[in-house]
Design a binder for this molecule. Structure first.
Ligand code: MRU
Length: 355
């Protein structure tokens, strides 16, 4: 394990335990997920979130489900509930399908499920290490061309260790930059409506003493115009065969601003985020729609340390809450993967991952 922390683990009672991300940054609490229903709820209510970690928890969710069934066919029904819990991050479907495929011939479902889920997570962790190195090599290259030794990187949402085992994707090169002694500073998009940047990314960076500044989502374009951003890195929830990238809502606008200002825009992803069944991501990647209340209410802590949700809109105004958008491949400088960096196009992706 390269990172210091993990978002989920198997505890001493062989139960699945996760950090409750809905409580961060105000309190650190964990939850034990004992049933398939609890696993499904934890994914839908975003107790745990982030594409990679959703896949990880789904893999261990199959292990949890094994205690509720007597045979593979019943396990398939439980697996479907987990697989359908959120629509956009393909890591979820990938993890469930891989687990079920491996378990097809098993004579000891529960033992094998635990073994396969651990293997899947170990593989994700190794890929995160490679993404860290490959992404940081790019940071070093850009830095060589700069007069100042300070490196300003902008990120959107949370793609650190809370989102992918074990140092994340977009944040992995940043942790590596810190290890290599680079003077790095991170612009953290707040990431409305659920504020994963302001709450989770800022919390993660604080744990590792990485200098950062939280900005309102609309600030990035201005910073880029003023030469205050050297590079943008985001994670992704699904990358189609043609290199289009689905990520947290607002990513597309950052890519447009980066393109207009010649700021390199990179997307960091493990192999599990590719979806070769979708050719045109803008057209066909399914986009999650979430509750309007996430837009209408804000959560925070009051002067007595009590967490409260407050309404910030007229009570009866309607709101619309798309969770993700798709950035077309033409706006992406490169994909930082565990197998190296490639252009976001079919030929290069296929050469690296599907040959
Ligand atoms: O709705 P979330 O918090 O699960 O969305 C997370 C993101 O959009 C991340 O940027 C994405 O999962 C990439 S990190 C694997």
């Amino acid at each position: 394990m390269q990172g210091k922390y993990r978002a989920l683990w198997i505890n001493e009672n062989e139960e699945l335990e996760v950090i409750d991300q809905t409580k961060l940054p105000f309190s650190y609490e964990t939850k034990v997920l004992k049933t398939t229903d609890e696993v499904v709820t934890a994914i839908t209510d975003m107790t745990i979130r982030g594409a990679g970690v959703i896949g990880s928890v789904a893999a261990f969710g199959i292990y949890v489900a094994c205690s509720e069934v007597n045979n593979y066919s019943d396990l398939q029904k439980k697996a479907k509930l987990i697989r359908d819990s959120r629509p956009t991050a393909v890591n979820l479907m990938w993890a469930v399908d891989r687990m079920m495929d491996q378990l097809k011939k098993s004579t000891s479902l529960k033992d094998d499920a635990l073994k396969f889920a651990i293997e899947l997570n170990d593989q994700e962790a190794l890929e995160s290490v490679e993404i860290a190195k490959n992404g940081c090599d790019i940071i070093e290259k850009i830095l060589e061309q700069k007069e100042s030794k300070k490196f300003n990187i902008l990120t959107h949402c949370n793609a650190g260790w809370l989102a992918v085992i074990d140092e994340g994707t977009a944040l992995a090169p940043i942790y590596e930059a810190q290890r290599r002694g680079i003077d790095i500073h991170v612009w953290v998009d707040e990431t409305r409506p659920r504020n994963q940047g302001a709450s989770l990314t800022a919390w993660e960076l604080t744990q590792s003493n990485i200098p950062h500044t939280i900005i309102a989502d609309n600030t990035g374009g201005h910073l880029m115009q003023q030469g205050m951003v050297d590079m943008v890195i985001t994670g992704a929830d699904r990358v189609s065969a043609n290199g289009d990238v689905a990520n947290k809502i607002g990513t597309y606008l950052k890519a447009l601003a980066a393109n207009d200002n010649d700021v390199p825009f990179y997307v960091a992803i493990p192999a599990s985020t590719f979806d070769f069944d979708i050719e045109d991501g803008v057209k066909d990647i399914p986009i999650e729609t979430r509750s309007a209340d996430e837009v209408k209410y804000m959560r925070g802590v009051d002067e007595n340390g009590v967490v409260r949700e407050v309404l910030i809109t007229p009570k009866d105004s309607p709101a619309l809450n798309y969770g993700f958008d798709v950035t077309p491949a033409r706006l992406i400088t490169g994909l930082i993967t565990n197998k190296g960096v490639c252009k976001a196009n079919l030929a290069e992706i296929t050469k690296k991952f599907n040959s």
